[in-house]
Design a protein around this ligand. Structure first.
Ligand code: NAD
Length: 319
């Protein structure tokens, strides 16, 4: 993802990536680090230092901690806010912590962004929509989150927008759909891909929840990085979906994983998860028209990359 003149889209900036040691954050840091002064604030609760290049400054700390935030935001030009309590299930068990980490800490960070006049790019989620009325889901569809996690992302996103309206702080909120790719941690979003890959490569049957007709829009982390670079580089502000605009059923996914793993596992059905969303697919026309985003990684190719990484520990060149 390069500018037409061959220059990287963001260069010579001082950039903070919260949650930069995690799955999406570390991929973003890898794209930014060669051309920018990048620092990461992460409590390493799920992320790892080993995900990061040596030239990056790692501040180990919690986004709820004022001192850590002060240090991390000093003189920054651009803030990517990826750190969060990311598990829907955990959010149901811990609504108060979800609010503290995902909403209150975001407001603290927005205050620092305001003081530094730093552009702010926020990792929101398709979970803000809850059970969508129809697909594809556009940004102006009704938001009716079904978990403390989804509600916390919606509340934080509204603060992010409000700082733009009230204080003229340039902000973008990116609503990621189901992000997958090599190195993904055990997340609720794309856990199904990890599980299917493990099953297909170890010769176990693939376990599909329910009848497998539920659909998802799986977007490769490389395209999520592309969306973040575009959001950080230009002047555009607002809320944008980040997906592929296409979806697969979970049964189709099982077959694609089997193909990628070159295996023919048995597919067995297990009980559906309570409250599971039936249909999910992003309308990506707004981000395409406004930011020039274009999804580039086909699911079949992305899955081959995940399988190769699972087998060798090294991502391939398939994506
Ligand atoms: P991840 O768990 O890999 O990364 C989150 C990072 O934040 C980790 O490195 C973790 O150590 C750090 N962190 C957690 N709590 C912290 C705290 N209190 N203080 C400092 N650091 C803390 O998750 P990810 O999949 O890379 O998700 C990144 C962002 O994208 C999150 O905001 C998540 O809600 C959002 N998101 C992810 C997906 C997806 O499919 N993975 C979909 C929608 C939205």
């Amino acid at each position: 993802m390069r500018r037409q003149d061959g220059q990287p889209p963001i260069a010579d900036e001082r950039i903070l990536v919260t949650g930069g040691a995690g799955f999406i954050g570390s991929n973003l840091v890898a794209a930014l680090a060669p051309h920018n002064d990048v620092r990461v604030l992460d409590d390493l609760s799920s992320g790892s230092r080993s995900n990061l290049p040596p030239e990056v400054t790692v501040l180990e700390g919690d986004i709820r901690d004022d001192e850590a935030l002060d240090r991390a935001t000093e003189d920054v030009d651009l803030i990517y806010h990826q750190a969060a309590l990311v598990s829907v299930t955990e959010s149901v068990d811990r609504p108060e912590a979800t609010h503290e980490i995902n909403v209150a800490a975001t407001v603290k960070l927005l205050e620092r962004a305001r003081a530094e006049d730093a552009r702010f790019v926020f990792a929101s989620s398709a979970a803000v929509y809850g059970q969508p009325d129809g697909v594809p889901v556009a940004e102006d569809a009704s938001a009716d989150p079904a978990s403390p996690y989804g509600l916390s992302k919606l509340a934080a996103e509204r603060y992010v927008r409000l700082y733009d309206d009230l204080y003229d702080l340039p902000t973008v909120a990116l609503r990621y759909f189901n992000v997958y790719g090599p190195g993904q941690l055990d997340s609720d979003y794309s856990a199904v891909i990890r599980v299917f890959v493990e099953q297909a490569t170890s010769g176990e049957p693939i376990t599909v929840e329910g009848d497998g007709t539920q659909t998802r829009d799986f977007v490769h982390v490389e395209d999520v990085v592309q969306a973040n670079l575009l959001a950080g580089a230009g002047d555009a502000t607002g809320v944008f979906n980040v997906g592929t605009g296409e979806s697969v059923t979970i049964l189709e996914l099982a077959e694609l994983v089997a193909d990628a793993a070159d295996s023919s596992p048995e597919i067995v059905h297990v009980p559906a998860r309570q409250g599971d969303i039936d249909r999910s697919r992003a309308d990506v026309s707004k981000i395409e028209a406004t930011l020039g985003y274009e999804p580039t990684v086909r699911l079949a190719d992305g899955l081959e990359d995940v399988v190769r990484t699972a087998a060798t520990g090294q991502p391939g060149d398939g994506s």
